[in-house]
Write a protein that binds this ligand. Structure first.
Ligand code: ADP
Length: 352
């Protein structure tokens, strides 16, 4: 157990100490409410005062704090979680302690914390683990089924077909793991130091591997060369991987005969890279959610094209740690434009 707080050498300066302590509580992020043995509130710090500012839900919060203090005054620790739905949904955690001796307390303190964000993150993590288990179980299930079917199979044609499927499922599995590793590295803030990067080089490198893939799917890849003066401060490898993900999607979600255009320019103080397709488009209700890990509009289509559901999550994180963002404009059945916007480096570097 930690030692009780000490007043040090306050002596005659105790009035000053008291004033400073009261002010110090205003700097805490938690709400702090102290009452005497009758339950009369002696101190309410700034975050606690904000709570009581008479919005509907907060009146409930105030009542709960009062009740918690009442319980603590009977000599026992009290803890409760309060879900409020007005004015916005949020969750408060209230902990109340008796003060001045547990047998016959001379007062009580309630500590109030808004744990909404914490709870949201816990829920996101739970969902992620559940989704991840599901995503990994699918290729694993397929692999074990294929192994069973292969066992004892003698027809060489069937064996060749099943073996090819084993290879495809194994590739799928390792692609998910690779994307997860990339995502966790990028979520942790990327790797390496940020350095000046010419976006024209990012664009060239990102589209390079896609000409064959586009041609084999009957899609025309149109790349507009970028001004060599367009620079950002960033991680070249991650920027290439983000743009490549967008180009890959544009090709995957287009039908043969369509065109995919890639280009970029400076808009105000930002450097923009865009990928425009004439593909299947994205329904409005899904447009925000497609950046979530494993969210897909059409699960079957994503699977059949070898998608992992992690590409856009990677793009969003790359944009975010460069101080930028990624936006989408899309009309179902007509196509989509994804734009990666990164703060542009002001001075144009001579060796552009
Ligand atoms: P996936 O591996 O499934 O492609 P992404 O994270 O890259 O995962 O994309 C998430 C989902 O967003 C896709 O499953 C698809 O439904 C949708 N999507 C992404 N890009 C496009 C696009 N250019 N056109 C239509 N839908 C797209």
């Amino acid at each position: 157990m930690s030692a009780p707080a000490s007043l040090g050498n306050a002596g005659p300066r105790s009035a000053l100490l008291l004033a400073l302590l009261v002010e110090a509580t205003d700097k805490a992020s938690q709400g702090i409410v102290v009452c005497d043995e009758d339950g009369t509130v002696l101190l309410r710090n700034a975050p606690a005062r904000e709570l009581v500012n008479a919005r509907d839900g907060d009146l409930l919060a105030d009542k709960a704090i009062e009740a918690a203090l009442g319980r603590a005054l009977t000599g026992s620790y009290h803890e409760e979680t309060l879900d409020l739905y007005s004015p916005t949904r949020h969750t408060l955690e209230i902990r109340a302690f008796p003060l001045g001796g547990e047998g016959q307390p001379m007062g009580a303190v309630a500590l109030v914390e808004d744990v909404s964000e914490l709870r949201r993150l816990e829920a996101v993590r739970r969902d992620f683990v559940a989704n991840l288990s599901h995503e990994l179980k699918t290729p694993l299930g397929a692999l074990s089924l294929l192994a069973e079917t292969l066992d004892g199979e003698e027809d060489p044609d069937v064996v060749a077909r099943l073996t090819a499927r084993v290879g495809a499922e194994a590739t799928r599995f390792s692609r998910i793991v690779d994307d997860l590793l990339d995502l966790s590295r990028i979520e942790a803030g990327g790797t390496g130091t940020l350095a000046p990067v010419a976006l024209s080089a990012v664009l060239d490198e990102a589209v390079d591997g896609f000409y064959d893939q586009a041609t084999s799917r009957g899609i025309t890849l149109q790349v507009s060369p970028l001004s060599r003066g367009l620079w950002v401060t960033g991680n070249r490898r991650d920027l290439v991987s983000a743009l490549a993900n967008l180009v890959d999607n544009a090709i995957k979600y287009s039908e043969p005969g369509a065109a995919v255009a890639v280009g970029g320019e400076r808009r105000a103080n930002r450097a923009c890279l865009w990928v425009r397709d004439q593909g299947i488009g994205i329904p409005r209700r899904d447009q925000e959610r497609i950046f979530e890990r494993f969210y897909r509009v059409d699960r079957a289509r994503s699977r059949s094209t070898g998608g992992t559901g992690l590409g856009l999550a990677i793009v969003r994180h790359v944009a975010a740690y460069h101080g930028g963002d990624v936006t989408v404009e899309s009309v179902e059945g007509e196509g989509s434009v994804f734009t990666l916007r990164i703060p542009a480096t002001d001075q144009e570097l001579p060796h552009g």
